[in-house]
Design a protein around this ligand. Sequence first.
Ligand code: TYD
Length: 207
Amino acid sequence: MPGWFISFEGIDGVGKSTQADLLEQHLRDLGHEIVRTFEPGGTELGQEIRHLLLHRKGDVAPRAEALLYAADRAHHVATKVRPALEAGQVVITDRYLDSSVAYQGAGRDLKAQQVRDLSLFATDGLLPNLTILLDLDASAAGLRRNQTGQEPDRLEREKIEFFEAVRQSFLDLAAAEPERFFVVDASQTVEQMQTSIRARVDQLLAQ
Ligand code: TYD
């Protein structure tokens, strides 16, 4: 496909959207056309699914939760991500299928491989060219989340052990696919992280 697909991943509170904003600006300055998006909820249908996932009261069965994220992703890829890539644009998404593997797989006792296969079915096999994993320990990320002053959503209220398991799962995914992943130490300053992200992205886009 002519375009370029970049995903940002990491546990809640690591600063993904700040880094994605800065990378978007950098790539625009270089003259690239950017589609900036996110999961869950990057489309109109996705907004409804996002609401079900994050704000509905009451439990969601683990397989139902995995399927809702997959449904959001399927629609997102079909209607927004693929068309942009086919038009030669750079798509930057805040979260993609690795979030499902890490959160639904590690955190919720479903098998990581099953969750990945479900997402690959949903997206017809579309993987990012580059996945930027912002890595931070769960207690530091929890502190950052609390500083925003926003009401925590359902998943953000999960215990610290849950986020540690999710973090470990992201690191395992990165180790398994070192060409796709770029792991950034998110205890660094915003500027330090962005400098290393830009260096990596510039290097890959120049190839
Ligand atoms: P996000 O939009 O990043 O949260 P916020 O807007 O609060 O920064 O993601 C919402 C939550 O959904 C987050 O806790 C991670 C979770 N999630 C999954 O569990 N599986 C998935 O496949 C995705 C995309 C997100």
